[in-house]
Design a protein around this ligand. Structure first.
Ligand code: GDP
Length: 179
């Protein structure tokens, strides 16, 4: 359960190559890097920082240790259980990564009912317009079916990346406030 003032654990999910590391780097820019011993998942890519959203400060712990291709089932399940919220990334230039995001959404639903756990479907690399393989309208329709929010981003251009984090915080607060 998320209590007011406690940090939110946000997990980056998605196929490899979609931009999770780029997202984490933007997030971590200027933030304290946590010692990996502090994290029960002993990941190497954990950072936390305070961000101000709508005049209120929130602390986010971002977890980017998850790799759909490399981790074993146990690790994957731990990540499905540990997050307060999820950024589900795919690349708009890679249809396979979009299908992977759908699979991950289905797996996630088994662990986390949507009404408790915000998920934002993130179509990254939207700067690569000429290589687009997934249309905005298709992804938006998919997000509606998945019962999650949707945003297109470009980590390369630093476009909408923070908006994705703000969106996560707003979704978490809506759930907190409705308790
Ligand atoms: P990860 O495997 O999900 O962590 O993906 P990375 O963050 O390592 O990104 C994979 C590759 O895509 C790298 O070469 C990044 O520079 C590139 N990349 C990430 N985000 C974007 C983006 O928004 N636009 C473009 N053009 N390239 C990106």
């Amino acid at each position: 359960a998320v209590e007011p003032g406690s940090p939110y654990r946000v997990v980056l999910l998605g196929a490899s190559g979609v931009g999770k590391t780029a997202f984490a780097n933007i997030f971590a820019g200027g933030a304290d890097s946590m010692d990996s011993d502090d994290c029960e998942l002993c990941g190497d890519e954990v950072s936390d920082r305070e961000i101000e959203v709508d005049g209120e400060t929130a602390t986010i712990i971002l977890l980017d240790t998850w790799d759909a291709e490399k981790s074993d089932e146990w690790t994957q399940e731990r990540f499905m259980q540990i997050g307060d919220a999820y950024l589900l990334l795919y690349s708009i230039t890679d249809r396979a990564s979009f299908l992977r995001a759908s699979e991950l959404r289905i797996t996630l639903r088994r662990f986390r009912p949507a009404r408790h756990t915000p998920i934002i479907l993130v179509g990254n690399k939207c700067d690569l317009v000429r290589c687009r393989e997934v249309s905005t309208s298709e992804a938006r329709a998919c997000a509606a079916v998945f019962d999650c929010k949707f945003i297109e981003t470009s980590a390369a251009m630093q476009h909408n990346v923070w908006e994705a984090f703000y969106g996560i915080v707003r979704q978490l607060r809506l759930r907190r406030d409705s308790k």
